[in-house]
Design a protein around this ligand. Structure first.
Ligand code: KG4
Ligand code: ZN
Length: 359
């Protein structure tokens, strides 16, 4: 890899992972991650205040680890990138404060980047350059989106998103209903393999004609998701079993719930790519680890002639390498750095790939 490609350090702290990654162009040099996941287990979900405090403790050791692994010093860097949003307010603030301090101390350019777009940018670190135009399906505990990425550094559009719970959140809530531990995704994934996905017909959110419309006249929620009705249907089913004194068929509930989630996600993502003329789809987020999602998405993409790219699990979950990868792309494309005068934005839309410099 050429030394002339930008050497960029990326910092991620939007949820419960403190990540520091270092890339040179599209070459991954380090990806250090500390997670506070275990501290949230007894609460059954991420507690923002606990996550923020864990970021404070983890940031400097994680930074040191990344620099040591990459064998570079802060002086060697061409730029620093940091997640400015979307994410949890206090958690974002820790990474941003750290990145601003580093940029100030070293005089390096600072990019305030979008977390969602970075989930796409990480795809460049594996399997060759990303095509100029592609679709992205992001599914995690905090987000569920379909993006159209016309240019990674300058033209990203949100095609659809969840109107209530995120996909991973639905897994976590249903796991809790079934008395299973947090995080629910891996447990339900495993149990589902022992159950019948057709045992219970759970609702497919926002798939009725009135929400979908047609290709010519798209409905308001054609590419959107909703998982709260599904969660309620699972809760009713479980209550009904209890009221009848019947045993809850946990594996069948897990398999049927999972099939409902995965069916809708894959159907809408493939529909969006087909209708928008996108022939590559990139999958990202923690739920990308789901075995049924990967299987059904691969099958449906193949039928539709769409090339599916799924980064390895450690690059799908939140990490610093994805922020560094997007930063390197911004440097390479000549995008102006943000500088130090910016604030975090918990609702930063994907159309803002990186924050512009203050006027
Ligand atoms: O991207 P991620 O690590 O961080 C957050 O967004 O918080 O995603 C974590 C989410 C959790 O909701 C977890 O239940 C879900 O991803 N998850 C899964 C699987 N592994 C993790 N969901 C379904 N199937 C899995 N195998
Ligand atoms: Zn994420």
């Amino acid at each position: 890899m050429s030394q002339s490609e930008p050497l960029v350090l990326g910092i991620e702290s939007s949820c419960d992972e403190t990540g520091v990654g270092i890339v040179r162009g599209s070459e991954l040099l380090a990806n250090a991650v500390a997670s506070s996941m275990e501290e949230h287990v007894r609460f059954g979900g991420v507690i923002p205040e606990i996550a923020s405090r864990a970021h404070l403790e983890a940031l400097v050791p994680t930074l040191r680890e990344a620099l040591d692994t990459a064998g570079v010093t802060l002086r060697d860097l061409d730029a620093i990138a940091v997640t400015a949003g979307p994410g949890l307010a206090g958690a974002l603030m820790v990474g941003v404060a750290g990145a601003k301090a580093l940029a100030l101390a070293t005089g390096k350019p600072l990019y305030a980047v979008n977390h969602l777009v970075a989930h796409v940018g990480v795809g460049a670190l594996e399997g060759g350059a990303l095509p100029a135009s592609l679709g992205a399906l992001l599914v995690s505990g905090g987000h569920t989106e379909i993006l159209r990425v016309t240019s990674l550094s300058s033209d990203v559009e949100l095609l659809g998103s969840t109107i209530d719970d995120a996909a991973g959140e639905a897994y976590d809530k249903v796991a809790r209903l079934l008395g299973l531990p947090y995080p629910g995704g891996p447990v339900i994934d495993r149990l589902a393999s022992e159950g019948n996905p057709k045992a219970i017909r759970f609702p497919r959110g926002l798939t009725l004609g009135k929400f979908m419309g047609t290709a010519e006249e798209p409905g308001k929620h054609r590419y959107d998701f909703s998982f709260s009705g599904l969660k309620t249907a699972v809760a009713r089913f479980v209550e009904d079993c209890r009221a009848r004194g019947a045993e809850i068929p946990v594996a069948d509930v897990a398999a049927s719930f999972q099939e409902a989630v995965v069916d809708v996600i894959t159907r809408k993502a493939v529909l969006a790519c087909t209708e928008q003329g996108l022939d590559t789809l990139l999958l990202g987020g923690g739920v990308a680890a789901n075995s049924r999602l990967r299987e059904l998405l691969a099958a449906r993409c193949q039928s539709a002639g769409i090339t599916l790219r799924v980064p390895r699990p450690g690059l799908c979950t939140d990490n610093g390498a994805m922020i560094a990868a997007l930063g390197a792309r911004l440097v390479a494309d000549g995008v102006a750095p943000t500088g130090g005068a910016f604030a975090t934005d918990t609702g930063l839309p994907p159309s803002v790939v990186s924050m512009p410099p203050a006027a």
